[in-house]
Ligand binder design. Structure first.
Ligand code: HEM
Length: 515
């Protein structure tokens, strides 16, 4: 009996393999270079053995794939045996992200969409948040929440960020007083957590004073995958896996961390409604947006709206935390290593300070500093938080330039890291050179050669907020200190294999000298 069973499994595996192999040759016939991949995972950055086994960061994997093929405009990889097209060219990225957006409204393809359809509370929260929503549901959610990130609304919140930059400077002062190197990941991690907690929920996360802050620990966990997380994903991918896990009340997504943040969000909303207090922060704006929609009769379903608020607040917290923290930490690291750029930025900041009436810069002033903007963009070019942006094809799509129709349900990967590191687009791509983002340099380049925040209707909704926070923090830091490398500064860093974003694995340590 056992022999027959093994024989059956063996035969099915071989048949399945040949079935996939037939699909794989499709790419070769169309002249698209492809990476053959390891059966059964395939070779995408996401499902690659090196990534699954925690040997490589998946953004790094993507960049290596693009570079190993000499940065072709498009190439094929296999995602669990399904051919998947990788876009590595700004013009084609524009086609997909903007011109033919009606084909690519979704972020995920159909093959793994069921992973977001679990019915546990945790999976519902992830499935209902704006980054995962599909089609009309996404359009509704995006329309509802876009107005809360306008310049006007951010101006109303800037004083919350000023309070946190004051905390940041106090904490940096303490390091300088003790003549200690500053751990950039740590300091800017605290800054980001406190800024987002304050602006989004009116909470004092107290990260600078509480070394073991639960908020930070849980937020970091959400963007890191352990062996257990991969094992759970693997089980969920088995036929009937999600249903079985649901019956056992095991969520596919990370349970305790999600529940922790959902509770914070619920308590905040309940407190606001009970006390009728208003802070004009993101929670208030989300409640307003939802009420406005209901008044307009756009949506009757109150439960669904409330789930959408909870889920979106959750994603604001997690999408805003690590991405912005890393951008601030890396910008400071690159400035310490490039004193000429730092000096130029310092001069720009001091010129601005001489025109300020107030202790803190206002919104227009900080957003209008050209070199500060160039420095942050160059950091995001070298190290984009998301090295791969995905889109799901929702209608058959005749791909421009290739005699091939991408079938509905296919997932496309846009390799941001590949475009940002392509020497034909950015000569000497490893070099930190903010001049690449001067007005003149940008005018000579394809506008979609920078994808640090994505592009088109599905681009980062929090971009303005992130840039405001990062610029305020860098303004305050550089105004007061010179950033210097020290013996503890790593010459180069590697990327954390357990991180979903491109986070440095090593600590980024530098010394500060009071100006
Ligand atoms: C420097 C910091 C940040 C970077 C580099 C970043 C980058 C990105 C990228 C690359 C995307 C995907 C865009 C696409 O698919 O075209 C994205 C989406 C998103 N980001 Fe950000 N982000 C940052 C900060 C933030 C902040 C602070 C928030 C919230 C306050 C936020 C909320 C979101 C949301 C909700 C989406 C999904 C939008 C949608 O599906 O419609 N991000 N971000």
């Amino acid at each position: 009996m056992l022999f027959e069973l093994l024989l059956l499994i063996g035969t099915l595996t071989v048949l399945y393999y040949f079935h996939l192999k037939r699909k794989w040759t499709l790419w070769e016939k169309k002249g698209v270079p492809f990476i053959p991949g390891t059966f059964p995972f395939g070779s995408t950055a996401v499902f690659n053995w090196d990534v699954v086994l925690g040997r490589k960061n998946f953004n790094q994997m993507a960049l290596e794939q693009a570079s190993s093929l000499g940065f072709p405009k498009v190439f094929g990889v296999y995602d669990f045996g399904t051919p998947l097209l990788v876009v590595n060219d700004p013009e084609i990225a524009k086609q997909v992200m903007v011109k033919d957006f009606d084909h690519f409204v979704n972020r995920q393809g159909d093959a793994l969409a069921f992973l977001l359809e679990g019915k546990t509370e945790v999976d519902q929260a992830w499935g209902k948040q704006i980054t995962s929503l599909r089609g009309e549901e996404w359009k509704h959610s995006r329309m509802t929440f876009t107005p809360i990130f306008t310049g006007g609304k951010l101006k109303g919140m800037i004083h919350f960020i000023h309070q946190v930059t004051d905390e940041l400077i106090k904490s940096l002062d303490a390091c300088v007083a003790k003549d200690q190197p500053v751990n950039l990941k740590d300091k800017f991690g605290n800054m980001s957590m406190d800024a987002i907690s304050s602006c989004a929920f009116g909470l004092n996360a107290n990260s600078f004073n509480d070394k073991n802050s639960t908020n930070k620990r849980h937020a970091r966990r959400i963007f890191r995958n352990s062996g257990k997380d991969f094992f759970k994903l693997f089980c969920a991918m088995m036929p009937g896996g999600v249903k079985l896990m649901e019956l056992m009340n095991i969520p596919v997504m990370k349970g305790p961390e999600t529940e922790f943040f959902l509770k914070i969000i619920r308590d905040t909303i309940a407190h606001r409604l009970l006390t009728k207090t208003r802070r004009n922060d993101l929670v208030d704006l989300m409640i307003d947006a939802m009420n406005e929609n209901r008044t307009k009769g756009a949506r009757e379903d109150q439960d669904s709206d409330e789930l959408s608020i909870g889920a979106t607040a959750l994603v604001i917290l997690v999408a805003g935390y690590d991405t912005t923290a890393q951008t601030m930490a890396l910008t400071s690291y690159y400035l310490a290593k490039n004193p000429d750029c730092q000096e130029k930025l310092y001069q720009e900041i001091m010129d601005a300070v001489s025109e300020m009436d107030d202790e803190h810069p206002d919104y227009n002033l900080v957003q209008g500093l050209p070199y500060l903007d160039m420095v942050v963009h160059e950091t995001l070019r070298i190290m984009p938080a998301l090295g791969v942006i995905t889109r799901g094809c929702s209608k058959d799509y005749p791909f421009p330039g290739i005699d091939y129709v991408i079938p509905k349900g296919t997932e496309l990967h846009i390799y941001v890291g590949g475009i940002h590191m392509n020497p034909d687009i950015y000569p000497d791509p490893e070099k930190f050179d903010p001049e690449r983002f001067s007005k003149e340099a940008k005018a000579e380049r394809h506008p979609y050669a920078f994808l640090g925040f994505g592009q088109g209707p599905r681009s980062c909704i929090g971009m303005r907020f992130a840039l405001l926070e990062a610029k305020l923090a860098l303004f305050a830091t550089l105004r007061k200190y010179k950033l210097k490398t020290c013996p503890e500064t790593v010459e180069a860093f590697t990327l954390d294999p357990s991180a979903i974003l491109s986070n440095p694995k090593e600590d980024l340590l530098i010394k500060l000298e009071a100006r």
